[in-house]
Design a protein around this ligand. Structure first.
Ligand SMILES: [Zn+2]
Length: 91
């Protein structure tokens, strides 16, 4: 089980959170072709290693935030608020 530190509430166990998928996915403009929309909607990196993710503290404060997690070791490298820039971490 992951122990995730919410930026507002502090460390809590994983069942209090909802996974929101990969973070920093940029929505394309409405006039793009179908292939670009499909890429945006369905294709994710799913790396073996460092991944940028969105999480919601759904059974706590209800706030969304980002974490950087290693998908192999489950180590959480950093936690940062939505809207903050993508941290410089080697992937
Ligand atoms: Zn919280």
């Amino acid at each position: 089980m992951l122990r995730i530190s919410c930026p507002w509430c502090g460390p809590r166990d994983e069942p209090e959170y909802a996974f929101g998928g990969e973070s920093h996915v940029v929505r394309p403009t409405p006039d793009v072709d179908d292939a670009t929309w499909a890429q945006y909607l369905f294709q994710r990196e799913n790396p073996k290693g460092v991944q940028f993710e969105r999480w919601c503290h759904s059974y706590g404060c209800g706030q969304w935030f980002n974490i950087v997690r290693d998908t192999v070791t489950h180590e959480i490298l950093t936690v940062y608020q939505m809207g903050a820039g993508k941290p410089a971490i080697e992937t």
